[in-house]
Design a protein around this ligand. Structure first.
Ligand code: F6R
Length: 239
């Protein structure tokens, strides 16, 4: 995996946006894997700017998001559906129907997960996956565990993830389950992991240096042949 170290989140956003810009220009009908959370916000802001300037267009692009909370209405302010519309989809020329998010309220999560995998396959697979990394090393919502997961599935979130994300929920009460792409699904794409801050340093260390272990899911990236990691100096402190 190639690792590029930057001074700040803005430089990371420029570099990530460059990678996506090159892909979209070379392959206008590409398939993007997208993430939510704090890490990608500035990258999306930069992509919006470039789209408004006419440097890129999303009109033939398809997108698939990594994950979505369960038991949260789709239009809740904290759903990843709302996040993506607010931070990217509503400000670019991506046609309605070209963006895909898991339905965290599906009556049959297994069917929803299998259908999502099928949609990714029918789209030709994800060209580039933007990836945030949890402070406990989770990728998507694949939490530390005793085995690597494969395909999309319903997961119980760990205390660490709930602790990190409950600040977004007014009453501190947040969902304890999510649907997420599995590790094998994620690993099929070219991957652009991004991270800032010292609280990510252990996970970044494991992702770059190994050892590969499901107790730190990001460590699987150590084996990826086509990944470009973009981090700031604080996140790179253990390298
Ligand atoms: C979000 C996701 C999560 C986040 C991770 C880091 O779609 O899959 O794995 O990328 O929790 O979150 P931030 O960027 O908020 O530190």
């Amino acid at each position: 995996m190639e690792v590029r170290i930057f001074n700040n989140a803005d430089e990371i956003a420029q570099a990530a946006a460059d990678i996506f810009t090159n892909l979209i220009r070379a392959k206008p009908a590409c398939v993007l894997g997208l993430a939510t959370g704090a890490s990608p916000v500035e990258t999306y802001r930069e992509l919006i700017k470039r789209c408004k300037k006419g440097v890129i267009s999303f009109k033939d692009v398809k997108t698939f998001n990594l994950d979505e909370y369960c038991d949260l209405p789709r239009d809740d302010e904290n759903s990843y559906y709302t996040f993506m519309h607010k931070n990217l989809f509503d400000s670019v020329d991506l046609p309605a129907g070209s963006s895909h998010l898991l339905d965290g309220n599906a009556a049959d999560p297994e069917k929803e997960a299998a259908g999502y995998e099928k949609l990714i396959e029918l789209a030709g697979g994800i060209d580039i996956q933007l990836l945030g990394i949890g402070r406990n090393g989770h990728i998507g919502f694949n939490e530390p565990s005793d085995k690597f997961t494969e395909h999309t599935y319903k997961v119980k979130l760990t205390e660490s993830t709930i602790e990190a994300n409950k600040k977004y929920f007014d009453d501190g009460k947040m969902p304890h389950y999510a649907l997420t792409m599995g590790i094998s699904t994620i690993m099929q794409a070219k991957i652009v992991p991004i991270a800032t801050g010292s609280e990510k340093a252990d996970a970044i260390g494991a992702a770059v240096l190994g050892p590969v272990s499901p107790s730190c899911p990001a460590s699987v990236l150590h084996e990826h042949k086509d990944a470009v990691m973009l981090v700031d100096k604080a996140a790179a402190a253990k390298l």
